[in-house]
Design a protein around this ligand. Structure first.
Ligand code: MN
Length: 347
């Protein structure tokens, strides 16, 4: 099942790992289950192989991932910058996980870019920059964790995958596919899942912690957003939610509290795309999800210089929330050609 991986690249990576004393794994800013799962999952494997491995992330991972084995040992650049710089400088191999360009690491990107050791990219986003010496870029993969598992298996290290490693890898696979509901058309993914479950992974626990668990404040904020702030664009079969600073404050907003909110409108029959605009400290965060191949990545790129996956994308807008909403609402009719005909009426 690892037929799509280039065997020369696999042999090269295996050799680089065997030659490295200290390996740093790193990921994108605002790391999610896939970013943390793939870096920690690989770190556990490397430790089993007798390597020294460190996970360095640009900023704080969400609390919803604190159950992952090794979470406490993650080094956070915004918190311990000097220490993170030292770890990077001591590395003789850096594995970049779940991002396609250095700018996705914010300030840490410049540090990663400046390192002269060998670098490997393991990622499933479209159009990667080639900033690494070896690039594993597979946009068809459900998750970086799925890709990482395949790379590990192709290197012949399946037997060395511990329960800790399997738990981390399984987490990214489950969060990026929302518990196997999106991005999992390829039947092979169930074989990957099976191989991970065979290691003793507690899937139910992962789903509860990483996908379902929510604070009361978050539940109330999301309920408010859906009942009061959801605009349905009937003729375009889309939805837009906006949340301003004052509204977030009213519900005691903490980072991660609106996680998953953008997906909820897609539960309504006839809605094919959903945008969520949230007023952050220094910008408007745009997140977008869709189904039926409606290209939200294109909309995010065209209007706000963002990007992502075809049906899961995002951007940052510098300006007011009202402006951001207006630009979006005015532009959306231009994408009518991508909306499938014969959709049910939204009700
Ligand atoms: Mn991912």
């Amino acid at each position: 099942m690892n037929k799509m991986l280039e065997s020369g690249d696999i042999a090269e990576l295996r050799k680089w790992i065997s030659e490295a004393e200290h390996i740093v794994l790193t990921c994108h800013v605002r790391p999610d289950g896939d970013a943390i799962g793939s870096t920690l999952g690989m770190a556990h494997l490397l430790k089993t192989l007798g390597r020294r491995a460190s996970v360095v992330v640009p900023d704080h991972p969400p609390r919803s991932l604190a159950f992952l084995p090794g979470f406490k040992e993650i080094s956070i650049f915004t918190r311990h910058e000097d220490y993170c710089r030292r770890l990077m400088a001591e590395a003789d191999l850096i594995i970049c996980c779940d991002f396609n360009k250095l700018s996705r690491q914010d300030a840490l990107g410049a540090v990663t870019g400046a390192m002269e050791c060998r670098k490997v990219l393991v990622d499933h986003h479209q159009k990667p920059d080639y900033f690494c010496d070896l690039t594993f870029s597979y946009p068809d993969m459900s998750s970086t964790c799925e890709l990482m598992f395949r790379i590990i298996a192709a290197m012949g290290y399946y037997p060395e995958i511990s329960l800790d490693s399997a738990t981390c890898l399984c987490t990214g696979l489950l969060t990026d596919t929302r518990n196997l509901t999106v991005n999992c058309k390829n039947p092979d993914i169930y074989e990957v899942l099976m191989r991970l479950l065979e290691k003793g992974v507690d899937k139910q626990h992962i789903v509860q912690e990483a996908l379902l668990a929510q604070s009361l404040g978050s539940l109330r904020l999301q309920s408010y957003a859906l009942s009061e702030k959801l605009e349905v664009l009937d003729d375009l079969h889309g939805a837009v939610i906006t949340l301003g600073h004052d509204e977030l404050k009213r519900f005691g907003y903490e980072r991660g509290d609106t996680e998953g909110l953008v997906n909820t409108p897609l539960n309504v029959n006839g809605i094919v795309f959903s945008f969520f605009l949230r007023e952050d400290d220094d910008c408007i965060k745009v997140s977008a999800r869709s189904q039926e191949d409606f290209p939200v990545s294109l909309v995010c790129e065209d209007l706000f210089g963002g990007g992502g996956h075809l049906m899961a994308a995002g951007a940052e807008f510098h300006g007011t929330l009202a402006e951001c909403r207006r630009i979006l609402i005015e532009a959306l009719p231009r994408y009518r050609q991508y909306i499938p005909s014969r959709l049910p009426k939204i009700e």
